[in-house]
Unconditional design. Structure first.
Length: 157
């Protein structure tokens, strides 16, 4: 399995993975056209972030997005890990680990990066256990938001 920076040609699979991610983890129905535009916007503007993809036999099987947050307290950037998704057939096959290790090594080798952060759905215990196995730990922070765009939820199954 190889890890590489995503290219514009990967936009459709990344957008599809993002829609699947929202549905699987939060029962959210994202608008595919909006997600495609958002993915393309990021891929065309590295200041917004960077996607890494896991590729097996020429097929993208996983993704991980890094966005940036400046910390004046640490005089450095936190890299936020977002939009983590691994295709069903490749789960538990090490795809996330390879992507995480790649990003962690890049962050450690970049003096401007002071750490990695991510947020995870509070009820997604399986994902939390994975992140803890990779040395991440919960913080004392809670995330609050005000959303200006409403995303519909799926009815309970």
């Amino acid at each position: 399995m190889k890890i590489r920076k995503a290219r514009l040609a990967d936009a459709l699979v990344i957008a599809d993975f993002n829609c699947r991610l929202a549905q699987e983890t939060e029962s959210l129905l994202l608008d595919p056209a909006t997600v495609k535009r958002g993915v393309r916007a990021l891929l065309n503007d590295p200041a917004k972030g960077i996607y890494f993809v896991a590729v097996e036999h020429g097929v993208v099987v996983g993704q991980l997005l890094i966005t940036y947050e400046w910390s004046d307290w640490r005089n450095g950037y936190f890299w936020w890990i977002q939009s983590v998704y691994v295709a069903q057939d490749y789960r538990r096959a090490g795809a996330f680990g390879v992507m995480f290790d790649h990003v962690q090594q890049l962050g450690k080798s970049n003096r401007a990066v002071c750490g990695l952060r991510l947020y995870v759905e509070s009820g997604n215990r399986r994902a939390q256990q994975v992140y803890e196995r990779f040395g991440m730990s919960p913080t004392h922070y809670k995330i609050y938001e005000t959303s200006f765009r409403r995303t519909p939820r799926l009815p309970p199954a």
